[in-house]
Design a protein around this ligand. Structure first.
Ligand SMILES: Nc1nc2c(ncn2[C@@H]2O[C@H](COP(=O)(O)OP(=O)(O)OP(=O)(O)O)[C@@H](O)[C@H]2O)c(=O)[nH]1
Length: 352
């Protein structure tokens, strides 16, 4: 039996603000799935001109004249509300919207919540991938980011937070700023790509859009990640690595109400190692009432033995550790961690 391509799901990745637009430009150039739609919205027309490989929407032209929101989220919120009709057209037909934004400025912080509200009114699931500013950018930006993050977390189905400060510890200190940003974009792309593969290929054990929507509908915090397994015996470690992304605060899934564990393998995994991986998951979740949905898909082109995607939702808020002094694993020592998106690994290219 072959994995079957399905065509029902429409995934729309939308970058909001300058960081979001940069990230989506990089992601669109990495993406191998023709049906994934990429767009960017911004108050800043110059930033939109840099988004050369996907569609763009200028918001709030009447308010900002295309010059940006001046690091004021309220200006961006008004801009997005003013352009609601255009945003409504933009999101039409999507089953899942993935928002990518940098928090701490005006547009990403102020327009993202408006876009989420609109998507929810249209009964579209929303996942958000956001970055927090470098602390050295100043307390005001950090405050704006924290405020926006709280709002986004309360509105979106799932939110993954990456911190720009972690780039410094996670990467070689000689890495250039743009390369570091591209690395961050690649991390987001890896997870988005794994979600796309899960939802667009019918696996031997299949996770479909209804399973996915059900898990996303659970209230509480989210944990998200992808880990790679070099061989059959490292599936359990890959599962743990999925929750140990050096750019993300430590993710705890204990007490989660729902978990998707999607395993994509180059060849058939052994029953024993598959069972061991699920037992590890049970230990991490430690919740007899947790709904666990597992998927298994074969992908013979995969350069590694396997990849494990974890999406946990309904995590009790107090269980997540918001440890700003987190124990960052230097990327070069983080063995088993998915550094390069599937698309590039399949082509044997280096991203940085
Ligand atoms: N990881 C990453 N972070 C970025 C990038 N560009 C900007 N940032 C971060 O994102 C934060 C917000 O910056 P922008 O996205 O440019 O700001 P904006 O949301 O467009 O806001 P305004 O320009 O005020 O309208 C900054 O404080 C940076 O920390 C990028 O390409 N990658």
């Amino acid at each position: 039996m072959e994995n079957v391509q399905t065509s029902q799901i429409n995934i729309h990745v939308i970058g909001v603000g300058g960081c979001g637009g940069n990230a989506v430009t990089n992601m669109a150039s990495l993406c191998s799935h023709e049906r994934i739609r990429f767009s960017s919205i911004n108050t800043d027309i110059a930033a939109l001109h840099r988004c050369h490989n996907h569609e763009v929407v200028l918001i709030g032209e009447g308010t900002t004249k295309g010059f940006g929101a001046g690091a004021d989220p309220e200006v961006a919120r008004r801009a997005a509300s003013q352009s609601e009709a255009a945003l409504q057209v933009l999101i039409e037909g999507a089953d899942l919207i993935i928002i990518v934004a940098g928090l701490g400025g005006g547009t990403g912080s102020g327009a993202s919540p408006v876009l989420i509200d609109l998507a929810k009114e249209n009964e579209i699931d929303v996942m958000c991938f956001v970055t927090l500013p470098f602390k050295t950018e100043g307390g005001l930006r950090v405050d704006i980011a924290e405020h926006a993050l709280a709002e986004i977390r309360s509105k979106a189905n799932a939110t993954l937070v990456m911190s720009n400060d972690s780039l410094i510890s996670a990467l070689d200190e000689t890495v250039g700023l743009l390369s570091a940003f591209r690395h961050c974009d690649a991390q987001i792309h890896s997870i988005v790509e794994a979600i796309i593969v899960m939802l667009t290929n019918t696996g031997y054990i299949n996770v479909d859009i209804n399973d996915f929507s059900h898990i996303l509908s659970l209230e509480g915090d989210t944990a998200l990640g992808v880990g790679i397994a070099e061989d059959d015996s490292s599936l359990s470690s890959a599962l743990k690595h999925a929750l140990e992304n050096p750019l993300v605060d430590k993710q705890n899934i204990m007490g989660a109400q729902g978990v998707i564990a999607q395993l994509t393998c180059r060849e058939e995994p052994s029953l024993a190692m598959y069972e061991e991986m699920l037992a590890t998951l049970q230990l991490l979740v430690d919740g007899p009432q947790t709904l666990i949905i597992t998927g298994v898909t074969l992908s013979p082109e995969l350069p590694h033995f396997g990849e494990v995607l974890i999406i946990a939702t309904g995590v009790p808020v107090e269980k997540q550790q918001f440890d700003q002094e987190k124990n960052v694993i230097p990327m070069k020592h983080a063995s088993g961690y998915l550094e390069i998106p599937t698309y590039l690994r399949l082509r044997g290219k280096e991203l940085l």
